[in-house]
Design a protein around this ligand. Structure first.
Ligand SMILES: *[C@@H]1O[C@H](CO)[C@@H](O)[C@H](O)[C@H]1NC(C)=O
Length: 378
């Protein structure tokens, strides 16, 4: 079993144990792991709605059309995110967006918080043209303020224990490619070779993960990049609509470097259990064999916005008739139906690993990292 599968399964077993204990006695609500989510638009549940000037928002129809009550919440998909589906398996509600919480007045922040923000990357300069959003460094600062509020509320010892036992889900890196390195008008793509760029990403991530560790994070599931060259917005750059192989190879190289970084952390930092979720294989399987998983189409978006500036499913778009048949909702983000299957596959890998069966791949729960929208018109 990989370090990641072990930590995730450990958390799942604790969650299940809570459920079985409450089943026979008084009915307090089932209690699962406290979860902190850091990420980009694939993981966002509504922080950017609070930014007046943000250009990375999804709080309008057609977003949310398949979400409970059909409301747009700020999630960048037609229904639920992969993280929403994973949290349901853990038996916990999806943690609320950080900016929806009032830490002075409510206790919601004690059971988990989502800091994810569309447009965010590992690097500060990634996503700058979205104007307002939380970069990863800022998301970590938000977590720092949550921890301070927690100490004030439940005391230092209980706060440290909670944070040490919590699950940290991190899904970042896609925007560092899609909305930075691969954009001809951003400096990084011309300043650095790809090898240099990976070194910059990994050195930055190293500092960020150490900062989180310093704040008490021990169990970290870092989502590897999906095959970015196969998202509709990248495919349209090829004359034949094929996946861009060089972009996919960037994702593979980044994932290998991230895995090495996490392994190094586990070796050097006492108590660290950090693992890479292999979202690449899971998403690639859906893209290459959509029919096997109940889909008809994986090479274009349900909303038909592959070549639109921004690639989002704006209110004037016309979504496909069968929204369950498409792997991609808009030019960047997977559909509700795909997110459900991705979460199922990640969960199956985890549970088969815990049964002692050979794990086909290292994987873990949590949102697949994926890009935020493209730049607005210049
Ligand atoms: C990125 O921004 C944060 C503040 O959000 C700052 O602390 C950090 O030093 C910046 N990193 C770089 C490399 O400039």
């Amino acid at each position: 079993m990989t370090a990641l599968a072990a930590l995730v399964v450990g958390i799942a077993i604790v969650a299940l144990a809570h459920c079985s204990i409450v089943a026979g006695t008084a009915p307090p609500p089932p209690k699962g792991p406290v979860t902190y989510v850091f990420g980009d638009s694939m993981s966002e549940v509504g922080n950017n709605n609070y930014f007046q000037l943000s250009l990375a928002k999804a709080n309008y129809p057609w977003y949310g059309i398949d979400y409970p009550k059909g409301v747009a919440t700020g999630r960048f998909t037609n229904g639920r995110t992969i993280g929403d589906y994973m949290d349901a398996k853990f038996g916990i509600p999806s943690p609320p967006p950080f900016l929806s919480l009032s830490m002075a007045d409510d206790d919601d922040f004690l059971t988990g918080v989502n800091f994810a923000s569309g447009g965010a990357g590992i690097l500060n300069e990634t996503g700058v043209y979205f104007v307002e959003y939380f970069s990863f460094d800022q998301q970590i600062s938000c977590f720092e303020s949550v921890k301070k509020a927690m100490i004030a509320k439940i005391g230092k010892e209980a706060a440290e224990e909670t944070v040490n036992a919590a699950m940290f889900q991190i899904g970042l890196g896609s925007n560092d490619y899609i909305n930075n390195f691969l954009q001809p008008f951003m400096a990084d793509g011309t300043t650095y070779t790809h090898d240099q760029f990976i070194r910059l990403l990994v050195a930055t991530l190293d500092r960020q993960l150490k900062r989180l560790y310093g704040l008490g994070a021990r169990k970290v599931a870092f989502n590897g990049l999906p095959p970015l060259g196969c998202i509709p917005a990248q495919r349209v750059k090829s004359a034949t609509g094929e996946c861009l192989e060089h972009v996919n190879s960037y994702a593979v190289q980044f994932n290998a470097a991230a895995k090495k970084l996490l392994d190094g952390m586990n070796a050097r930092l006492p108590g660290a259990q950090m693992g890479l979720a292999d979202c690449y294989s899971v998403v690639m399987e859906l893209i290459q064999h959509p029919q096997k998983h109940g889909f008809t189409t994986s090479d274009t978006s349900c909303c038909g916005v592959d070549t639109k500036v921004g690639g989002l499913c704006l209110p004037d778009s016309t979504p496909c008739r069968d929204r369950k048949a498409y792997v991609f909702w808009d030019a960047y983000h997977t559909s509700d139906a795909a997110n459900r299957v991705i979460a199922d596959r990640l969960w199956d890998d985890m549970t088969s690993a815990s049964a002692g069966a050979p794990a086909p791949r290292a994987s873990a729960p949590g949102p697949a990292a994926a890009p935020g929208p493209s730049p607005p018109p210049a």
